[in-house]
Ligand binder design. Structure first.
Ligand code: ADP
Ligand code: MG
Length: 153
């Protein structure tokens, strides 16, 4: 199946989902993180990045649009396009070069870079559900489907 919906009771559940996905990534992967402010995009990214081997904090890049993590096994790039003005900026920073097949790229506010960033393997939609959150994951590639299969089983 291409879609998976989950309830995330608390912050730990959001981090655990990120970690679970991370543990199933073999090569690279591209995640788009959708959702309102405070929905949990950075929290889930923290789980992903830490699950891929990063020890330490994960916070959104503020002035640079991208935070790189050079981990022993792979390159991880966390983009936050919230403050992006003109999407042409992405062209100037050579955004496509970050999206190699081996890299893991996680993009918050991908809508702001529409047409300038490669397509995702998985779209993640985070939403408020009372005090908790829900996550809907949609796979768009073979790689994405395999990842979803490992967490829905
Ligand atoms: P975003 O990056 O989408 O703006 P953040 O991850 O920075 O959101 O912030 C999300 C906030 O919601 C944090 O305060 C976090 O502790 C909290 N949070 C994350 N996941 C859950 C959850 N499943 N249930 C309740 N609160 C959560
Ligand atoms: Mg964020």
């Amino acid at each position: 199946n291409d879609t998976l919906q989950l309830s995330l009771a608390d912050e730990d559940a959001t981090i655990a989902l990120g970690r679970q996905l991370a543990s199933s990534i073999s090569e690279g992967a591209v995640f788009y993180m959708h959702g309102d402010l405070g929905a949990g995009k950075t929290t889930m990214t923290r789980g992903l990045v830490q699950g891929l081997g990063h020890v330490g904090n994960v916070k959104s890049p503020t002035y640079t649009l991208v935070e790189p993590y050079e981990l022993p096994e792979r390159l991880v790039y966390h983009f936050d396009l919230y403050r992006l003005g003109d999407p042409e900026e992405l062209e100037f920073m050579g955004i496509r070069d970050y999206f190699s097949t081996q890299a893991v790229c996680i993009v918050e506010w991908p809508e702001k870079g529409h047409g300038y960033i490669p397509n995702p393997d998985i779209d993640v939609y985070l939403a408020y559900e009372g005090d908790a959150r829900s996550a809907t994951l949609k796979a768009h590639s073979e790689r994405g489907k395999q990842l979803l299969a490992t967490i829905s089983s």
